[in-house]
Every structure is written in C-alpha cells, then in structure tokens.
Design a protein around this ligand. Structure first.
Ligand code: F0G
Length: 462
C-alpha cells in the first residue's frame, strides 16, 4: 500500500467557521493586513505556527484527569521527569512554562557580557535571550543550509571546521556553552545528522565547552536520521533519540512542539553547580521546582505526549504530510525551500512574485493573498520580520519566505489538498498581486503589530 494514512481516528471535532472571500477581504482590512491581528475564528486553515497547536490524544486528556496539583512533590512531576529522562538521560530536569523560559534561566546563570554562544542557527527567542545578557549569538550552519534550492539531507548541520576555528579565535573561556538546534527551525526545519551532533560534541569536548541541544523538534529530527543516515536505519526512534542526547550536556525544550502539548517546556542538564542556580532562579520567576510554571495536568499531558511522539507510525505520517505538500508544489513549479523540512513548508515569495521587489515585502503580499483567496494563515519570514535595524534603517532580508507550519495531528489530507489548490490558484493569478508598504510600526519586533497597506494605497483582492 502506497498511501500513508493518519494513524488515528477523530473522536472530538472542532468546527471551522466557513467564510467567503468578501468576508475575508473585510477581516484583513480591519486587521491592517497583518495576519497576527486576525481573529483566529476567521481563519480556515491556520498554519501560523506548529507551536502549542497540536491535537492531544484521548490518552493525554485522560492523563490530565490524574494531574496532581500539589504545590510540592507532585506525582505528576515525577511522571514528567521520568518521561523526559527516558528519552533524554540528563541528571536534572527543570520544568518551565515554555521553551523561552528555559533559555532565559540557562543564559541568566551561564552567560556574562561579551560572551559568545555558537549554534547552527539560533531561533529568535534564543538569540534575543542571549543578547539580553549582553552576549553574542553566532550562527555557524553549513553553507548548504543557506541555499534554498540546494538538495542536501542534513541542511541543519553545524559547520564543524568553522566552529573549531571560531572557538580558537575567540577563546574557550569566552564561550560558556555551545548549542545545536534540532531541527533547525530558522533554517527551514532542516535536520542535523547524528554524525554531525557527535562531531560538534567532539569539538566542544576538545575545548571543554558544554553542548546544549535546543530540542524542540527532536523526534522529527530522529526520524530524518533513521531515514537518511545509513548507519542508523535499523535503530528504533527511541534509541536514536537516546543516542542524540548522550552527546550533549543539557537541553532546552519547548513541549509545545514535539511534546505534543499546548503549553510547557523544560531545561535539562548535568552540571550540579548550574542546576542549583537555575532552580533558585526558577523559584523566583516560574515556580517551585516540581511544577515550574505548569499545572500538574500540563505535566501529565507532556509525559504522555513524549510517549506518543516517538512512535514510528506517527512520525512516518507526520513527515509524509509535509513532504506531500512540498512534492506537489515542486511538481507545479511553485518555488519553495528545498528539501522540505519536518514541520513546515516555506514558500519562496521572491521567486513566487518576481514583480514585487523586496522593499515592497513580497512575503507579506503573498501571505495576505493566501488568506484572502483561501482563508489560509501563514507567516512572513523575510524583510518584514528581519529588515528593520536597531538604528531605524531598513535592510533587505537574505530571503523573503512565507512559512506554512503544520500543526501536529490537526488537519487531514483533504485540508492539505485544499491548501495546495489555494496556493496553485494564487500562483496562476500572481501578476495581480501588489506590493505592500508599512503605514505604522513599533520600535522592535514589528511583524507582530505593524500596519500595512497596498503600495498604491488602493486595496485589491488577490
Ligand atoms: N527554539 C526553537 C527552535 C523554536 O522553534 C521555538 C519556538 C523556541 C525555541 C521557543 O519556544 O515558543 O515554547 O518559548 N518556536 C515557535 C515557532 C514560536 O513558531 O517556530 P517557546
């Protein structure tokens, strides 16, 4: 059988409010053409993020009823800790309300002004939390990882030679930790090979620098290792996951991705001196160490989610559904970032809309057109997100992309076929899409709240 089916049945449904193109035109105008300002109920298929948007299983909901809400020593904490350590064998596991809280705690105690933290590519919150300590976040992904059209099985890999040279140049005493993000979200959800994780660890060991994994999409990364790295093709996903984490000294995690939960995260580590300081800071900012900003029921949902996310039938379906979208789009000649990553498909808006120059935000124009035409909500990742500089000037981002992130276990094959149809129809009429301008923006993180209009000020439907 060639067809890979969703390995679940649907017992509880969440209705989608159907809207017309005319209604969507009105909603997006009211939102000043910013998709973050839309009411979610006015979106048909929401691909803004895969974070916190997973469907939970019947087993997760059942486990939540067993949530122990004790302030200290909750049974749910011990179940959570065991579930994490079953996959990631670190000494200490500190729950947090989400991934960025784990980052904030780790960097607050480990970094000082002027330190460096290398990574394949830092996610925005990771970079921002490092910079908030006055330290410098450095991206050292392999050169292939920056070329959208190039095929490579592990485009998230760290550039090992560059990492070694960087450490020698800056000095190991100025690099309190090194990170590697699996999968590399900012680089298109691209995986990192197990060999590359081992090689990164060897360089870190040579210089006595601890290696932390940004583990958000660890299960998807493990599936790519199993299917693309010959040495691991006969190993189970669980064993691959355990092997990954034996090559690290700690990890930060957002349970909103491969925890299959709607909220949560953790920091795990082996160093006792850091652990003590981290727990003290946790009590100050998140909560007592056996709940860390989460309810007991959240800890239960994560513990069960971690058992489900490493199942091979789930991962096969998960990766097949993003590959399916990518293959259909490529066949239709629609420019996307290749190969397709684990959690999202990235449309190349500059290739899609060659008549719109980067200064007229082709990514925003395309994201708005997909919403108006079919009620799809994606996210611009390009000049709107990265173009504004701290001094107020504007530079063009290296790429203008629209990320279509696929929530886990939420949409069916026919939703994806509808998505493909919308993208293809927008592509057929792409010449009618106009560039955009920003009519208002805040000082920082403008993509969340900026207001837009079409460049010639009169609006036009896609
Ligand atoms: N690291 C990576 C690689 C991420 O993708 C994210 C979140 C975080 C850390 C932070 O975790 O949201 O729980 O605080 N990524 C989301 C996204 C927001 O849409 O890609 P968080």
């Amino acid at each position: 059988m060639k067809t890979i089916i969703e390995p679940f049945r649907i017992k509880s449904v969440e209705p989608i409010k159907m809207t017309t193109k005319e209604e969507r035109l009105k909603y997006i105008q009211e939102a000043n053409y910013n998709l973050f300002a839309l009411r979610a109920e006015n979106v048909l298929i929401d691909l803004l993020t895969d974070s916190g948007t997973s469907s939970m299983s019947a087993q997760q909901w059942a486990a939540m009823m067993n949530g122990d809400e004790s302030y200290a020593g909750s049974t749910s904490y011990y179940r959570f800790e065991q579930a994490v350590r079953n996959l990631m064998p670190f000494k200490y596991v500190i729950p947090t309300h989400q991934g960025r809280a784990a980052e904030k705690i780790l960097f607050s105690i480990a970094l000082k002004k002027g330190d460096y933290v290398p990574n394949n590519t830092h996610f925005d919150t990771t970079r921002a939390n490092i910079e908030a300590q006055g330290a410098i976040a450095v991206d050292l992904v392999i050169p292939e990882g920056k070329q959208p059209e190039l095929e490579h099985p592990f485009k998230g890999n760290m550039d090992i030679a560059k990492l070694d040279a960087f450490i020698q140049e800056k000095g190991a005493t100025n690099i309190p930790l090194c990170m590697i993000t699996i999968t590399n979200n900012s680089g298109g959800g691209q995986p990192v090979s197990l060999q590359n994780i081992k090689d990164t660890k060897a360089v870190c060991d040579k210089h006595s620098i601890p290696l932390f994994i940004d583990a958000c999409r660890f299960a998807e990364n493990a599936y790519f290792i199993k299917t693309r790295e010959d040495a691991y093709k006969d190993m189970s996903i669980i064993d691959i996951v355990r092997e990954i984490f034996t090559h690290a000294d700690g990890c930060t995690m957002s349970a909103k991705k491969d925890g299959l939960a709607n909220m949560g995260g953790w920091l795990a580590l082996n160093q006792p001196q850091w652990e003590e300081q981290c727990r003290n800071l946790l009590i100050l900012t998140e909560g007592f160490p056996t709940y860390g900003g989460l309810a007991g029921r959240d800890l239960e949902a994560i513990a069960t989610g971690l058992e489900e996310v490493v199942r091979e039938d789930y991962l096969q379906y998960r990766i097949a559904s993003t590959q399916y979208i990518g293959e259909r789009l490529t066949r239709a000649g629609i420019p996307i970032m290749r190969p397709v990553g684990g959690h999202a498909v990235y449309l190349d808006a500059r290739g899609f809309l060659p008549h719109i120059p980067p200064e007229d935000y082709p990514g925003q124009a395309l994201a708005v057109a997909l919403y108006i035409h079919g009620g799809i909500r994606g996210c611009e990742i390009g000049t709107v997100m990265f173009g504004k500089q701290p001094d107020g000037s504007e530079i063009m981002a290296p790429m203008d992309l629209v990320r279509l992130a696929i929530p886990r276990r939420v949409y069916t094959q026919s939703h994806m076929d509808y998505l493909l149809e919308v993208i293809m129809e927008v592509f057929e009429n792409k010449d009618a899409i106009q560039g955009m301008e920003i009519t208002w923006q805040p000082d920082a993180l403008r993509h969340f709240t900026a207001k837009f209009d079409y460049k010639q000020t009169q609006s036009r439907a896609a």
